[in-house]
Ligand binder design. Structure first.
Ligand SMILES: NC(=O)c1ccc[n+]([C@@H]2O[C@H](COP(=O)([O-])OP(=O)(O)OC[C@H]3O[C@@H](n4cnc5c(N)ncnc54)[C@H](O)[C@@H]3O)[C@@H](O)[C@H]2O)c1
Length: 311
């Protein structure tokens, strides 16, 4: 049956999620944005509100919600929706470093259905790679190198991304949450994790570059995250195993090579297909994206920031 969906936050990601909802045959019936004009502009057939409280008042016509507001809002909004019993897909990060997830945990313990938007794990590349690593096709993974690097011309992102009180930090939390989550999902728990980080872009108080090193069992890993004022070279993931190797590009193209042969997948529209797949995964109750799955990633990021401050 088609779901009636509330979208909270009618910015870039709110629009992207709304397209995914419609593509899956569901319907955006209500939109909340602090800026009511933005809420109205997201879907002319939906009801527009400037707060979640207003949207929920007298409404039993919401089957599910999506949160796509600036990151520091996620925890409170998710706790509110989860406490109201509304299954919710929340954009990453589900909280920013320093925020206490206790009230959210209590809401989730009450049975709330919460799904965190780890969109890159829904890329065909990562689906193929996860199966390959889990099946042992690559043998023992000896090294894992993930480099997420973006050209960031001025005004490429809204200003709040560079304000730690709203975003939680720089590239480590905004993009690193994806790469650390993927590494944990593919390799298991990460140990001996350490990071260096620094601003690069003039005027930034948050880190534009972070280099994270870790071990996962016998695997040596590194994750490099970069926002650069130029087009950076050499981004993507390389996994090297005793029986094979795999690569994933920033455009979603992938390749797995073993002695038995090779297979590959083409680049994808990373702003579209993974969000439809993610919405379907949420709808079908796919596991692996809950609070308990993602809290260890947030705790890790939190401790890396703390060590950076202390050091
Ligand atoms: N999964 C991904 O690949 C991916 C990519 C980009 C961004 N994100 C995440 O998506 C989230 C949203 O990012 P964005 O780029 O769409 O931001 P944005 O600034 O484009 O949109 C945010 C919207 O939220 C509204 N808003 C602000 N405070 C609000 C409140 N209290 N209640 C309701 N609405 C409010 C703003 O008016 C704006 O319309 C961020 O947390 C970001 O980390 C995820």
């Amino acid at each position: 049956m088609s779901q009636r969906v509330l979208v909270v936050g009618a910015g870039v990601m709110g629009h992207r999620h709304a397209r995914a909802v419609r593509a899956a045959g569901d319907c955006v019936t209500a939109v909340v944005d602090a800026d009511l004009a933005r809420a109205r502009a997201l879907d002319e057939n939906a009801l527009a509100f400037s707060s979640i409280a207003d949207a929920l008042e007298g409404h039993d016509e919401i089957d599910a919600a999506i949160i796509a507001t600036p990151s520091f809002q996620h925890l409170d909004q998710l706790t509110t929706l989860a406490s109201a019993g509304i299954p919710t897909l929340v954009e990453k990060p589900h909280r920013i470093p320093g925020q206490d997830p206790a009230a959210l945990r209590a809401a989730v313990a009450g049975g709330a259905d919460v799904f965190i938007g780890m969109s890159t794990r829904h890329w065909p590349a990562y689906v193929a790679l996860t199966r390959s690593v889990a099946s042992g096709e690559l043998g023992e993974v000896v090294s894992y190198t993930d480099r997420m690097a973006f050209a960031l011309p001025e005004s490429a992102l809204p200003a709040w991304y560079f304000d730690r009180t709203i975003s939680g930090g720089g590239v480590l939390v905004t993009n690193g949450v994806h790469s650390l989550d993927r590494a944990r999902a593919l390799l298991g728990p990460l140990a001996e994790v350490e990071a260096t980080m620094r601003p690069i872009i003039p005027g930034h108080q948050i880190e534009d570059h972070a280099l994270v090193r870790f071990r996962a069992g016998a695997t040596s890993g590194s994750i490099e995250l970069l926002w650069a004022p130029y087009q950076p070279l050499g981004a993507g993931l390389i996994v090297t195993g005793t029986l094979g190797s795999a690569s994933v590009g920033m455009d979603g193209a992938w390749q797995i090579v073993t002695a038995a042969g090779e297979r590959s997948g083409d680049a994808i529209d990373i702003d579209t297909a993974p969000f439809v797949a993610q919405w379907r995964a949420f709808r079908s109750g796919e596991t692996g994206y809950g609070i308990d799955d993602l809290e260890p990633t947030l705790t890790l990021i939190e401790s890396l920031y703390q060590e950076d401050t202390d050091g």
